[in-house]
Design a protein around this ligand. Sequence first.
Ligand code: AMP
Length: 290
Amino acid sequence: MLEISTISELQKAIRAEKAKGRSIGFVPTMGYFHEGHLTLMREAARRSDVVVVSIFVNPIQFGPHEDLDKYPRDIDRDRNMARESGVAILFTPTAEEMYPEGYGSYVEVVDITGVLCGKSRPGHFTGVATVVTKLLNIVQPDRALFGEKDWQQLAVIKKLVADLNINVEIIGVPTVREEDGLAMSSRNIYLTPQEREAALVLSQSLKLAQDLVHGGETSVERMLTVVKEAIFGQDIIELEYLEICDPGSLKPLVKIESEVLIAIAARAGKARLIDNALIQPELEIKDDLL
Ligand code: AMP
């Protein structure tokens, strides 16, 4: 596995692979790998000849009071995990390499960034859209893979790639969970044992919502009332939002008539956690929660 930290060296290495006719699968990350990241890498390896993974804790997607400085990092561990997951090139740029002095261009996706996480994290998705556009331009992969755990992020990236005619296939990969249902996240490391236990309420709420819809509930208001009651019984968890929306446009819905997205964000101590699931009004269960 090659480890490269400059854009020019990375482009040289990728040009050499492309010259041999090899296809490139790309997985952008912020590091501190868990099974969710490794699943994206393995899926990239299954679909492509060469897997490129970036580790970059992108400063411009963090708000002023967020966890940029404390974000967990362990490059030695990540390097070994990437190597074992079939990664050919690990790209680890510095912030100066990505945003040199005088940097001044930003990618803003409108509408779908004004809801869900976009409401409480102003500027976050501009930071994400900007870094992903830069990385896609640098790597020029055939495909790039993103986790459905960050559903809104995936929707924003699909939109920017379509709107800006970026020539890449965007692939969403289902959420990887711990055995008890908690969605894997680098931020789970912040949880105390009690918060870790309480955090189960996120996936359990999604499951409860799924059960209500499968039991015939079609009113979003009634359904959210029941689910929120279950969450408010849990005082360690501070709910930020629980919403039912259209999986594509992310617009809020009042009635459940076709497949919907249920999305949740909550705080548990120092950690901000998110989760989501697709719910089909008729029998079929898409995201098999515990
Ligand atoms: P991050 O390092 O948190 O920015 O995540 C890098 C990529 O891994 C993003 O595309 C995430 O959506 C994806 N990812 C994070 N957690 C999971 C998970 N539990 N299951 C699947 N993908 C995930």
